[in-house]
Design a protein around this ligand. Structure first.
Ligand SMILES: N[C@@H](CCC(=O)N[C@@H](CS)C(=O)NCC(=O)O)C(=O)O
Length: 219
């Protein structure tokens, strides 16, 4: 792949910095050793016709490689993994297992984790959150418990690092403001192991550096 562009937001409020999903794509590209250009949009630009042509739902990330666009962090990370053994084994079974765990991260673990994250970070004062939060926490714990059991004795989801770990670790980071992950020592160690990877650190530093450069000037 050449001429790669990743689109994220020009700036994000502190609670969201380090969680915005272009981080997943940046991390995958760093692991694969593929250079890219970060492009940014203002939050208001989400609804422009030009941006909706790149992302039908007006979200980030969007992605372009050699003039071909993609959206959805999972699809983009998978596409990058297709061209890099650093992210997905070459053999058929290893590829199938990687895709399975990509879906598990995004389809089974992310929904309850994201619900809780949205409740706490964006709506914490609303009555429906006070009512629904205990059940949302329980729903997260059910998934974390099963994930911790799977990861027992494994450094990564498939034993070795793959694209699925990028998605799973970034999903778990969505509730970094709680002690839920820390309550499972296996998961806590897993997330820390993923975050200690130089490619993650570089991706995070670059996302955060962009937000610092573009921080709104106080009136
Ligand atoms: N399923 C999408 C979710 C993308 C997403 O939630 N993006 C957020 C930033 S992390 C966003 O653009 N939010 C703005 C909005 O919802 O309008 C993916 O994984 O790419």
């Amino acid at each position: 792949m050449e001429s790669i562009k990743v689109t994220g937001f020009r700036w994000a409020p502190p609670f969201a910095q380090g969680l915005v999903r272009d981080l997943r794509v940046r991390w995958a590209l760093e692991e694969a050793g593929l250079p890219y250009k970060a492009e940014v949009i203002d939050v208001e630009d989400r609804n422009s016709d030009a941006y909706r042509a790149k992302h039908p739902f007006g979200m980030v990330p969007s992605f372009e490689a050699n003039g071909r666009g993609l959206f959805e962090s999972g699809a983009i990370v998978h596409q990058i993994a297709e061209s890099s053994e650093a992210l997905m084994p070459a053999d058929r079974d290893g590829r199938a297992d990687t895709v399975t765990w990509i879906f598990a991260a995004l389809n089974t673990v992310e929904p309850p984790v994201n619900s809780l994250s949205v409740m706490d970070l964006q709506h914490s004062e609303e009555p429906w959150v006070k009512l629904g939060r205990p059940a949302a926490v329980e729903a997260v714990k059910v998934r974390l418990n099963a994930l911790a059991a799977w990861l027992e004795g494994r450094d990564y989801l498939l034993g070795r690092f793959t694209a699925a770990d990028i998605l799973m670790a970034t999903v778990l980071r969505l509730i970094r403001h709680t002690d839920l992950v820390a309550g499972f020592p296996t998961l806590d160690a897993y997330v820390k192991r993923c975050e200690a990877r130089p490619a993650f650190q570089k991706a995070l530093d670059e996302q955060l550096a962009g937000y610092s450069r573009n921080a709104p000037v106080a009136a």
